[in-house]
Structure formats: structure tokens, C-alpha cells
Design a binder for this molecule. Structure first.
Ligand code: ARG
Ligand code: MN
Ligand code: MN
Length: 320
């Protein structure tokens, strides 16, 4: 049934699904199949059902980054595959920017979380004062100098902020330094590297770990996170970058870096329901669904259904 919620920046309810089947930001294959599974499961028709008209954008069509993934010479310092990450994220950036400029809401389906380099930069080019809610078990704020794994899906936030800029591989120097440390807030954190902790503290970045979710409850946490990124503006546009591993692996098992002790499925859905209710949502990413990592069919189904539910809740599904 058509949603009763109103979207301040999208009164005509037009959305663009930006498909980002990319896995080069981390080592495991399968996450590039996320978009296809979400579409097969009906995410687009479910959102149409809520009263949105939709179109699909495929910036990575006719590219072969998945086969280039095996090129071991694509490294820079400790960073793995910077060339394909740089190129793919730039394509995603152009597509998201274009979708936003057309007045549609970009809903980007990943792919690993490195693609958020493109989505956040694209959204901020249209809405420079937008706040970002980063829903994740991880902070993804390593720099080329702090990353242990070398996986760029653990680094998108630092590139958007321009942290340790002199260490960037040439292929990622296109990334605009567009995200202020005051315009992001995390929800769901529970696995943070030492170097990341240092960055979060030094810059006073707003972050709500699972400890805070337990302490204050999810409703209060979402309220505090939105207040932190909005800087007093009740109309502040909000981009939600949703890594499905924020939700506990008991509900979302098919993901590359699962961490126990996460959000319940309802808490995970509540976050986007609450953002939707403000009317300020301008973009959504759903990333890190990896259908290949389900050891039984139910794992894949649970993960993909959760991804679809996040999409519906963000785009206006209400229980009554
Ligand atoms: N988007 C993700 N799932 N990121 C996981 C990152 C894990 C770890 N902090 C790293 O930098 O490698
Ligand atoms: Mn994560
Ligand atoms: Mn992530």
C-alpha cells in the first residue's frame, strides 16, 4: 500500500536504483552478486508498491573489474586493488551524482562498502550540507597508513574526509574532500581497529557502539545520531550508508566480515524507519550482502530479505 510518509526533498517520490556489483574493496568473491539477488527478491517492486516510481542505473555495466581483481600488481603501499576501486567508485560517483541532480533518490545496491566513496561524494555534491549515518559493525575509517588488512572497504570514510591525504594511491586522488568530521555519525559499531579508534577520538567523531544501543535503546541512539549530524537544522538532508553487517549475523549471516553481538533485525529496521519519519532522507546504500557466504539456503534468504526490508523501511513502509 502507498506510504503515508512525506519526503521533503522528494515530494514526487522518484528513486534511482544504482547497481554497484563490485567486490574489489575486499578479498572475498560473491558480494558482487548482491544487487542481482536484491533485485531478484523484488526490492524494486516493493518500493514501487510504496508509491515510488523507479529507474535503474548500471554504472559498472560493460566493465570487467571482477576479472581484474586477480591482478596482484594492483597495489599501493598496503592498499589492495586501488586501481579498480578508484575507477569503479568514480563511476558510481558519476551515477549517484546524476541521479541526485535529476531530483531522484539514489538507492545504491552493493557491492562492498568501498562503493560508498562514490555514493557519499555524489550525494554531497548535490547536498553539500547533508549528514551521513553510517550503520555498521565497523568504522571503515582506516587510511592507507593505518589499514592492517589493506582492504579498501575498510577505508571509505577517511578518503571522503581527506585524512592522511598524502598517502592516497593515484587512482583515488579524484575523491573530493567533501565530508566533514562533524557530519557523520555511526550506529552499531563493535569491531574497530586501534588506528581507527585513534582517528575517531582525535576528531571527536560521533559514534554509537552496541554499548550505547544497549545503554540508551535504539530510539534514543537514532535521535542522538541525527542530532549530531544535523547541527541544529531540522531539515538537514540525510544519507544512510547501511552495511548489513551492522545487524547481528543470526539475522544476516551472508556477509563478508560478520561480528557477533549486533543489532536485532527490528533495531536495524527501526533506524531507517526513524530516518524516514523525519522526511529528510536523500540517499540510501545497502552494501555487503554476499550470497556466496551462506552455508545453507536459509542464510542467503535471511540476508537478502533483511536487505529488502531495510530498503522498504527507509522508503516509507510503516507497520500500520
Ligand atoms: N565494510 C566492511 N565490512 N568493513 C570491514 C573492515 C574491517 C577492518 N576494519 C579492515 O579495515 O579491514
Ligand atoms: Mn561492516
Ligand atoms: Mn562497512
Amino acid at each position: 500500500m502507498e506510504s503515508t510518509l512525506e519526503y521533503k526533498y522528494h515530494p514526487n517520490k522518484k528513486a534511482t536504483f544504482v547497481l554497484a556489483p563490485f567486490s574489489g574493496g575486499q578479498g572475498k568473491s560473491g558480494v558482487e552478486d548482491g544487487p542481482e539477488h536484491l533485485i531478484q527478491a523484488g526490492i524494486e517492486s516493493q518500493i514501487k508498491e510504496l508509491g515510488w516510481s523507479t529507474q535503474v542505473s548500471e554504472p559498472l555495466k560493460n566493465t570487467n573489474y571482477e576479472s581484474l581483481k586477480n591482478d596482484d600488481s594492483d597495489t599501493h603501499g598496503n592498499c589492495k586493488r586501488p586501481k579498480i576501486v578508484g575507477e569503479a567508485t568514480q563511476k558510481v560517483y558519476e551515477a549517484v551524482k546524476f541521479a541526485a541532480e535529476q531530483g531522484t533518490m539514489p538507492i545504491t545496491l552493493g557491492g562492498d562498502h568501498s562503493i560508498a566513496i562514490g555514493t557519499v561524494a555524489g550525494v554531497l555534491s548535490k547536498y553539500p550540507n547533508a549528514g551521513v549515518l553510517w550503520i555498521d559493525a565497523h568504522a571503515d575509517i582506516n587510511t592507507p597508513l593505518t589499514t592492517d588488512s589493506g582492504n579498501l572497504h575498510g577505508c571509505p570514510v577517511s578518503f571522503l574526509m581527506g585524512l592522511d591525504r598524502e598517502s592516497y594511491p593515484p587512482s583515488l586522488q579524484w575523491v573530493p574532500e567533501c565530508l566533514s568530521t562533524k557530519k557523520i555519525s555511526y550506529i552499531g559499531l563493535r569491531d574497530i581497529d586501534q588506528g581507527e579508534k585513534k582517528i575517531l577520538r582525535e576528531h571527536g567523531i560521533s559514534a554509537f557502539s552496541m554499548y550505547h544501543v544497549d545503554k540508551y535503546g535504539i530510539a534514543k541512539v537514532v535521535e542522538m545520531a541525527m542530532a549530531a549530524v544535523s547541527g541544529g537544522d531540522k531539515d538537514c538532508p540525510i544519507h544512510v550508508s547501511y552495511d548489513v553487517d551492522a545487524i547481528d549475523p543470526q539475522f544476516v549471516p551472508a556477509t563478508g566480515t560478520p561480528v557477533r553481538g549486533g543489532l536485532t533485525l527490528r533495531e536495524g529496521m527501526y533506524i531507517v524507519e526513524a530516518v524516514a519519519e523525519t522526511g529528510n532522507l536523500v540517499a540510501l546504500d545497502i552494501v555487503e550482502c554476499n550470497p556466496s557466504l551462506g552455508t545453507e539456503d536459509a542464510h542467503i534468504l535471511d540476508t537478502i530479505t533483511a536487505g529488502c526490508a531495510i530498503g522498504r523501511c527507509a522508503l516509507g513502509e510503516t507497520l500500520l
